[in-house]
Design a protein around this ligand. Structure first.
Ligand code: NAD
Ligand code: WQD
Length: 339
């Protein structure tokens, strides 16, 4: 069985390529390297001792998609490709809608032309907006997103649902990720954001490294036990394991399904920092700052549907997430860039 992994060179995509190779799947990765480095895929091949096929190209480019489907026998697609910086999406809405939505529409069209109608889509807990209930189940109504990035996820979900309604030869799994962090234990692949990180864990690892002076904690006056926001951090290896389980589901012609991928445990910003210091022995100086616009106080999943239907449950805790994120950052202080 062969899997097309769009966005395969990225943070989550590279971990997926690695796991799929280990599980015996053939892997075809497509990435335009807009936010990644092809070294991630070289390292995936080094770790596994197996080869994958890499196409440097864009999901908006019908020629490259057509070439992939004619040159390779693809059984499933895991669709990670997309732009994901929340703040940037507010500045560049057209670029985000075009890349993420037009890109997905183009991919879906080329897939159906090629008769490949099995797809796993990377969605996000952001589609719940300010969630109507905690913990968040898949039945929780989708909410109003605070940024174009979030809307692209919400709209693509709707597109996939309507495509399925019109043609139930499609098998579609929508996975709503909570907050993926950590890295493969080899410390050869990991998260490598360009510029100053927006997300908490890469910011923490760069402060620990001394590349950034201190962490700003966005808001200490939320209605939470320690006043800081609560999130559901999930180890990237658990998250990717959920995708392998989702492929098995597609193999059963499962139609359309939606799952949360989270641990079900809420962790505050300060708890994450404490865990990081405990797991690594490295200090992380921080200062309290004002709230960040658009942040919701509490967001964590009820992941029981994925456990019931996919037989999937997260195995790693925050300690391992911090340990592995740090190992990667420490051994690759500039990410995939040469020292
Ligand atoms: P990433 O930026 O590391 O990976 C995305 C990859 O897609 C990058 O390698 C980028 O170069 C590629 N890409 C972007 N536009 C493309 C295009 N038009 N054609 C081909 N390739 C393109 O991000 P990630 O963290 O690995 O996220 C993967 C997916 O998961 C994204 O869709 C993201 O929105 C989604 N997601 C991520 C998180 C998270 O916190 N990391 C949370 C929820 C959802
Ligand atoms: C986590 C917590 C911040 C940085 C975002 C996207 C979501 C999904 C995952 C991806 C919050 C606090 C952060 C810092 C801080 N996206 N924080 N100081 O906002 O839950 O989710 O990433 O593709 O769609 O919205 O994650 O890591 O940015 O923040 O105090 O320097 O850490 O306020 O409470 P978030 P995050």
């Amino acid at each position: 069985m062969n899997v097309l992994v769009t966005g395969g060179a990225g943070y989550l995509g590279s971990h997926a390529c690695l796991k799929l190779l280990e599980e015996g799947y053939g892997v075809v990765a497509l990435d335009n390297l807009a936010n990644s480095n092809s070294k991630s895929l070289e390292r995936v091949q080094k770790i596994t001792g197996k080869t994958l096929k890499f196409y440097e190209g864009d999901i908006l480019d019908r020629e490259v998609l057509g070439r992939i489907f004619s040159e390779q026998k693809i059984d499933f697609c895991i669709h990670f490709a997309g732009l994901k910086a929340v703040g940037e999406s507010v500045q560049k809405p057209w670029e985000y809608y075009n890349n993420n939505i037009t890109g997905t529409l183009t991919l879906l069209d080329e897939m159906r032309k090629a008769g490949v109608k099995n797809i796993i889509f990377s969605s996000s807990a952001t589609v719940y907006g300010d969630p109507a209930q905690i913990p968040i189940t898949e039945e929780c109504p989708k909410g109003s997103c605070t940024n174009p990035y979030g809307w692209t996820k919400s709209m693509i979900e709707q597109i996939l649902m309507d495509m399925y309604k019109a043609d139930n030869e499609w098998n579609i799994v929508i996975l709503r990720y909570f907050n993926p962090v950590g890295a493969h234990q080899s410390a050869l692949i990991g998260e490598d954001p360009k510029g100053i990180p927006n997300n908490l864990m890469p910011y923490v690892t760069q402060v620990a490294l001394g590349r950034l002076p201190q962490l700003g904690v966005f808001g200490g006056d939320y209605d939470t036990p320690d006043g800081t926001c609560i999130r559901d951090y999930i180890h990237v290896l658990d998250l990717i394991d959920g995708h392998v389980k989702a492929i098995k589901k597609l193999e059963d012609n499962s139609g359309l399904s939606i799952y949360n991928l989270g641990t079900g445990h809420g962790v505050s910003v300060l708890e994450l920092v404490e865990n990081f210091i405990k797991a690594t022995g490295v200090d992380v100086p921080y200062v309290m700052k004002d709230r960040r616009a658009g942040d919701i106080p509490v967001c964590y999943s009820d992941p029981s549907k994925a456990e019931r239907e996919l037989g999937w449950k997260a195995q790693y805790g925050v300690f391992e997430m911090c340990r592995d994120a740090w190992n990667w950052q420490m051994k690759n202080p500039k990410g995939y860039e040469e020292e």
